[in-house]
Design a protein around this ligand. Structure first.
Ligand SMILES: [Zn+2]
Length: 186
């Protein structure tokens, strides 16, 4: 599957979700059994942990379809990079989506300078360069781009695959109200 086909699958699935026409593909016992032989997910989704932004649900996909990496604020850390490297290099997954969303609590907390613990400070420090203190929405969109740019230059595997045109990294913005994901390049 090339990146264009992958994007169509995600767009079609999200349309089904928005229109309440879910098909719940690939969630049968047969699919579960087929996958014991291996996996070849068609997209890597780096999304926020927010309980309202579950990738398999909002893209109407099932088992073996999406390689999902989640944390508060969809930030790119070494662990995230390593997980994405595994998917693109070993599972040959062609498309990586950095998925942010409206009303993101992690971005809002970063705007307020949250410092509850060392671990939370680490997340805030990763989001901080993206902040526009006058606009939460701008901060969220900047954060998607910032994390994507980080991933594009992280380590050697991803930059090399990008150079060879074997993978693409794009952004996605999920609107909690409409349920729609808008994809964009950066
Ligand atoms: Zn969030």
């Amino acid at each position: 599957m090339n990146t264009k086909e992958v994007l169509s699958k995600l767009t079609d699935g999200n349309k089904r979700f928005v229109e309440a026409k879910l098909e719940h593909p690939n969630q049968s016992l047969q699919r579960k059994e087929e996958l014991t032989a291996g996996q070849s997910p068609f997209a890597v989704i780096i999304s926020c942990s927010d309980s309202r932004v579950a990738p398999e649900v909002i893209f109407d996909q099932g088992l073996g379809d999406l390689f999902v990496i989640r944390n508060a604020g969809n930030v790119v850390s070494d662990e995230v990079t390593g997980s994405a490297e595994y998917a693109v290099a070993h599972l040959k997954t062609p498309l990586v989506v950095i998925l942010g969303h409206s009303e993101c609590g992690a971005v809002k907390a970063s705007m307020q300078g949250a410092d509850d613990s060392e671990a939370i400070k680490t997340i805030v420090s990763r989001i901080k360069p993206a902040l526009d203190l006058e606009s939460t929405e701008n901060s969220i969109k900047n954060n998607i781009k910032l994390q994507g740019e980080r991933l594009k230059t992280a380590g050697s595997i991803i930059p090399e695959l990008l150079k060879q045109g074997k993978i693409e990294i794009i952004g996605g913005y999920y609107c909690l109200t409409s349920g729609q994901v808008n994809f964009f390049e950066f």
